[in-house]
Design a protein around this ligand. Structure first.
Ligand SMILES: [Zn+2]
Length: 431
């Protein structure tokens, strides 16, 4: 049985930090963790342990929101959401076909694994063929990937399509369902399908409603965007005058639920926060993207107080990097700035511990996998990253406890410190 002697830093099932400076992580051939704790308490497992001292094991990070075809457009600067989509993103997604799509997918998953990310919820483009390609590459990557073909039946970029609006809608639904039946729960659930209506501005009520019905029938996930930008908010209001608010549009479509992930959720009223909390959905907080596009700052204390589940997303390509260490760092910085400027009613000190829990356990919950991943503990699957502590702890710094090591990791860590990445105990990447 593989057993690694290294430091271990992980949240427990309730998000509290556990720290084993001289730890042991052992997992079986089936990829399940047999032991995670202090080396001294590991009994017989100690004798077969491989020494990886100087390295730190953390749970694999989970990217709850990102767009694969957009990867070439990272750092396309100077615009806010709606013009940025039109100028930089829709043309790129329209051309996301053939060998170029495969090359992008390969690089995307490779960079993700190299960043210590083991699981993600991913958008592709509106094309079925290149979504197939993305699933094939996700399968080969060894990563744990939930993904879906983008659904749009209004303002879509499929300029060559000659059919009516209802024909476009039917095709989008049929193709999504075919992809779901083929890929959902592939490799014992390592690959998952997420029905992906882009956002309320690209979708008719009928498309969203029927997408939600299909997702429920197949036990699949749903992912979309919510209340990211003020111009978007105004456009949704005029497009759906019968809805009380943005969240209500998705509520009417039947999309609010435990298996739904809504990205951004910045501009929300109190009734919306209550509805989101009651639904059990997860919100994917994307601070680097929100800062990059100047969208705003998520009111994290208010959402946490209301009991809304939160995860973290890179939102590539509005977020400039797949590196979730940078996303954790940005989440802390934005909350500190918001607090200093008294932007939010509930002042709460948001720090590295919360960011780390969101990037691990929060992401696992978003994917419905909190019983399998998100923490390193016996019985869970061995999805983890091994980090070189010299990459984020200066040698002149005094020894620190778990909170101190985590702070250094969040404020100074990044892709450069990742040495190896594992999913189900299988190495999927090494430096
Ligand atoms: Zn997005």
């Amino acid at each position: 049985m593989p057993a690694l002697r290294c430091a271990v830093l992980t949240p427990d099932g309730r998000g509290r930090l556990r720290w084993f400076p001289d730890g042991l992580l052992a997992f079986g051939a089936d990829g399940h963790i047999e032991y995670c704790g202090p080396f001294s308490g590991a009994g017989k497992l100690k004798s077969g342990a491989v020494s990886r001292r100087g390295l730190l094991a953390i749970p694999g990070l989970v990217d709850a929101h990102c767009h694969l075809p957009q990867y070439p457009a990272v750092a396309a600067d100077g615009l806010t959401l709606l013009p940025w989509l039109k100028r930089h993103i829709f043309p790129l997604e329209r051309n996301f076909r053939g060998p170029q799509a495969r090359a992008t997918a390969r690089m995307f998953f490779s960079d993700m694994a190299a960043s210590g990310t083991t699981a993600a919820c991913v958008y592709t483009s509106i094309w079925k063929d290149s979504t197939e390609t993305c699933f094939e590459e996700a399968d080969k990557s060894g990563l744990r990937i939930a993904m879906g073909k983008v659904m749009m039946d209004q303002g879509s970029y499929d300029a060559a399509f000659k059919g009516s609006a209802s024909a476009r809608r039917d095709r989008s639904l049929a193709e999504s369902d075919e992809l779901c039946r083929k890929w959902h729960r592939r490799d014992h659930g390592r690959l998952l399908y997420a029905f992906t209506p882009r956002f309320a501005l690209s979708c008719s009520m009928e498309l969203m409603t029927r997408a939600g019905e299909l997702a429920a029938r197949r036990g699949a996930l749903v992912q979309t965007h919510l209340a990211e930008n003020r111009d978007e908010l105004a456009a949704v209001k005029s497009k759906f005058p019968g809805s009380a608010h943005y969240t209500d549009v998705y509520g009417k479509a039947g999309l609010l639920g435990r298996r739904s992930i809504f990205a951004h959720a910045i501009w929300l009223s109190d009734p919306e926060v209550r509805a989101l909390a009651e639904s059990g959905c997860t919100l994917a907080h994307c601070p680097t993207s929100n800062a990059f596009l100047g969208s705003g700052i998520m009111d994290v204390p208010r959402l946490e107080k209301a009991g809304v589940a939160l995860a973290l997303g890179s939102d590539v390509a509005a977020g400039p990097s797949l590196d979730l260490f940078g996303v954790m760092r940005e989440s802390v910085y934005l909350q500190r700035v918001a607090s200093a400027h008294r932007l939010f009613k509930h002042a709460e000190r948001f720090g590295p511990g919360r960011a780390f829990a969101m990037a691990t356990l929060g992401g696992a919950r978003a994917l419905g996998l909190e019983d399998k991943i998100g923490t390193l503990e016996r019985g869970k699957e061995a999805d983890f990253a091994l980090l070189d502590r010299r990459g984020f702890e200066p040698s002149c710094a005094p020894a620190a406890g778990g909170d101190g090591v985590l702070a250094r990791l969040v404020y100074r860590g990044g892709r450069d410190c990742v040495r190896e990445t594992y999913v189900r105990g299988r190495k999927v990447w090494r430096a």
